[in-house]
Design a protein around this ligand. Structure first.
Ligand SMILES: Cc1ncc(COP(=O)(O)O)c(C=O)c1O
Length: 394
């Protein structure tokens, strides 16, 4: 895409605004589904945070089924809007939230709660007993690798082995109002860690070697845990794995029934740096040039939408268009002012847009109430984000 294309399309619109390029979203979806092979795809709502886009993606292909939510209040809200097959990816522990989930399950909705500790199971069992319903849960299997002096992965689940799974299953036996219906293993160190970062060739080669080493053991771990769960008589609705960055490897595991995808649809900048794939930027925001303090410096209003995670320049937004424009090292993208260095030929003036990309996909939607939807040179619609619907979950 080019600077003049987007500039003309949004001529006269007030800034800042954010948009989804539906033509690019379609192309990304096509490529992501190819990368998913024959696995069912569950949408990671945290990386999308807009119901209209979720609906668009469901319409794209039958391969896309089910949502991976990030909190119980979100899953309950979506359930009430008519969505079903909702996996809450992180533990829910407040009794009010658990009872609200139980109410939806009692109505016949499929909402899976994430668990790994006996305390999770006990709290869910208490809510299930109170509401007189059996609640479906998913076991979160830790997929990190422990190398000498290095924890390669994330700190989430306490169940990291077959023995750990045995202890979990024994705690489950004491919870008659809980049914184990899913297993999830999210290999964050493969799916969420770039291995082709520009200017870091040495680090990239280390990361690639660590990924290869980790993969050897975690695939066996997931296979063994799934086999144990099944041998113990639990009938699973799904075995979930992966994310945008791991589709090539997660889909190789026969015992995995579905993969999760979120960030790849919008393709925020953190997903530009993988060796195995390259998707295109579909989610963009525009900020307005309001000052020209020096030659080749164009200072814009706002723009500093920094992503969560370990602070670093990779969490800052990036200038997308005009091509060749960049942030300054000292100021980067600011709360109220963002200076952009540009020496190219587009001829930036006061009131012109500068197009930016967020580093993380869904967090962009926490900064905007609406998204423009565009296709083939036209604005087709303006739709609410979660925020625009008055919803702020995390
Ligand atoms: C449990 C879980 N599964 C899958 C994903 C992958 O999501 P995405 O495709 O947005 O990277 C994540 C991301 O953090 C996650 O936490």
């Amino acid at each position: 895409m080019t600077y003049p294309y987007y500039k003309k399309l949004f001529d006269g619109k007030e800034m800042p605004y954010a948009f989804i390029d539906l033509d690019i979203l379609k192309e990304n979806t096509k490529q992501l589904l190819i990368r998913s092979h024959n696995k069912k795809v569950r949408l990671a709502t945290k990386s999308i945070r807009c119901r209209s886009i979720l609906d668009t993606l469901f319409k794209e292909s039958d391969q896309i089924q089910g949502l991976m939510c990030f909190t119980a209040p979100e899953a309950i809200w979506l359930s009430k809007q008519g969505y079903d097959d909702l996996l809450i990816a992180y533990p829910t522990v407040h009794p009010n939230h658990l009872e609200a989930v139980a109410k939806e399950v009692k109505k016949g909705k499929r909402i899976y709660l994430m668990t790994d500790l006996p305390e999770h199971l006990q709290r869910i069992n208490a809510a299930g007993t109170k509401m007189d319903v059996c609640l479906p849960v998913c076991l979160d299997l830790d997929m990190s690798s422990k190398f000498p002096g290095l924890h390669f992965g994330v700190h989430r689940s306490s169940v990291a082995s077959v023995d750990g799974c045995k202890r979990y299953l024994s705690a489950l036996n004491d919870c008659p109002n809980v049914a184990l219906k899913g297993v999830m293993g999210y290999e964050a160190q493969i799916a969420g860690l770039g291995d082709n970062v520009r200017g870091q060739s040495l680090k990239n080669s280390v990361v690639r070697r660590l990924k290869a080493k980790s993969l050897k053991e975690i695939t066996k771990r997931r296979e063994a845990v799934v086999a144990l769960v099944k041998a113990e008589g639990h009938t699973l609705d799904f075995v979930n794995g992966g994310g945008t960055g791991s589709l090539e490897t997660t889909t190789k595991e026969d015992w995995v029934t579905e993969v999760t995808i979120g960030s790849g649809f919008y393709t925020s900048t953190l997903f530009d740096s993988y060796l195995k794939f390259r998707h295109l930027p579909a989610a963009v925001y525009a900020i307005e040039v309001v000052r020209i303090p020096d030659e080749d410096i164009y200072t814009c209003l706002g723009g500093g939408y920094v992503a969560s995670g370990m602070p670093g320049t990779d969490k800052a937004p990036s200038v997308y268009l005009p091509e060749g424009a960049s942030l300054t090292k000292n100021e980067m993208a600011g709360e109220v002012q963002t200076p952009v260095v540009y020496k190219g030929s587009e001829g930036l003036h006061i009131g012109d847009p500068v197009f930016m990309r967020h580093s993380k996909a869904g967090e962009l939607c926490e900064r905007f109430n609406q998204l423009y939807l565009i296709s083939k040179g036209k604005i087709l619609d303006e739709v609410d984000t979660y925020r625009g619907e008055g919803k702020c979950f995390l």
